[in-house]
Design a protein around this ligand. Structure first.
Ligand SMILES: Nc1ncnc2c1ncn2[C@@H]1O[C@H](COP(=O)(O)OP(=O)(O)OP(=O)(O)O)[C@@H](O)[C@H]1O
Length: 244
């Protein structure tokens, strides 16, 4: 496929009656990790929720491959090949690892990719998910998104509350997804980690795209990143993610 796998054109999204995301045009090319960055409250999660059908898209178009998916219910977007790892790291605590994966399995999906990416999970397949560490629970949540063989996975802030060494392990796994033919749209609070694995980056500020370019343009350039996040006036709060 030569065109983008996921293409948004002029997309605006509301939360209830409140416009949050404005006129976003964005593309994820096949075989790439595309990164969405921005300060707290910039609208990153709302953007992903809109793509998944969990927040109201008020204008614009969303295409997955050749198919317009912007008016489909969430489960049909998932059937069309869209996986979504939401920010809340929710597992069924009393079910085993394998049962958690099977719950998410659609049709002839299988667990091979999840276990291939995270051998830790295969070793603990019969353990109740509530006994997993935070990092392993995040692996399980990502693994659940893989059992339906998605074309593209959106991952929202998988690093929340996890130690840096675990975050790096997860980032490596995200990079490995490309070998399974899965492209990624990644929201990450630790900008530099995301820019290390990503190909293309967008930065959102107040719901609008203020940067659209290769990750290499932002990698290691704290001043540029700061300006994208906060503009030249708002400098100050919420910079903890920029340093890592
Ligand atoms: N359910 C909701 N109802 C109304 N407003 C909401 C709702 N969810 C989020 N918002 C508001 O939308 C704005 C964008 O929030 P969103 O979670 O999309 O940003 P974000 O960039 O993902 O931030 P964070 O990094 O904090 O998750 C914020 O001002 C937030 O208060």
């Amino acid at each position: 496929m030569s065109g983008p796998l996921l293409a948004l054109d002029g997309v605006s999204i509301n939360r209830g009656e409140v416009p949050i995301v404005h006129d976003v045009t964005l593309a994820v090319r096949p075989g790439t990790i595309t990164v969405v960055l921005g300060a707290n409250g910039a609208g990153k999660t709302t953007l992903m929720d809109g793509i998944a059908g969990l927040a109201q898209v008020t204008s614009g178009t969303i295409q997955l491959g050749q198919a317009p998916i912007g008016k489909l219910p969430t489960y049909k977007r998932a059937q069309a090949g869209l996986g979504y790892v939401e920010q809340a790291r929710t597992v069924f605590r009393s079910l085993t690892v394998e049962q958690n994966l099977n719950v998410s399995k659609a049709g002839d999906g299988d667990l091979g990719m999840a276990y291939g990416l995270f051998p830790e999970l295969e070793k603990r397949r019969n353990l109740q998910a509530g006994h997993l560490s935070g990092g392993e629970q995040q692996m399980l949540v990502i693994g659940r998104a893989l059992v339906s063989s998605p074309k593209l996975v959106m991952i929202d802030e998988m690093s929340l509350g996890l130690a840096p060494v675990i975050v790096r392990r997860l980032m490596n796994a995200v990079a490995d997804l490309l070998q399974f033919g899965i492209s990624v749209l990644l929201i990450e609070q630790f900008a530099n980690l995301a820019l290390d694995v990503g190909t293309h980056a967008y930065v959102l500020r107040k719901g609008r795209v203020v940067f659209d370019g290769p990750c290499t343009e932002l990698r290691g350039d704290a001043d540029r990143l700061h300006e994208c996040y906060f503009g030249s006036v708002d400098a100050g709060a919420g910079e903890e993610g920029l340093a890592r």
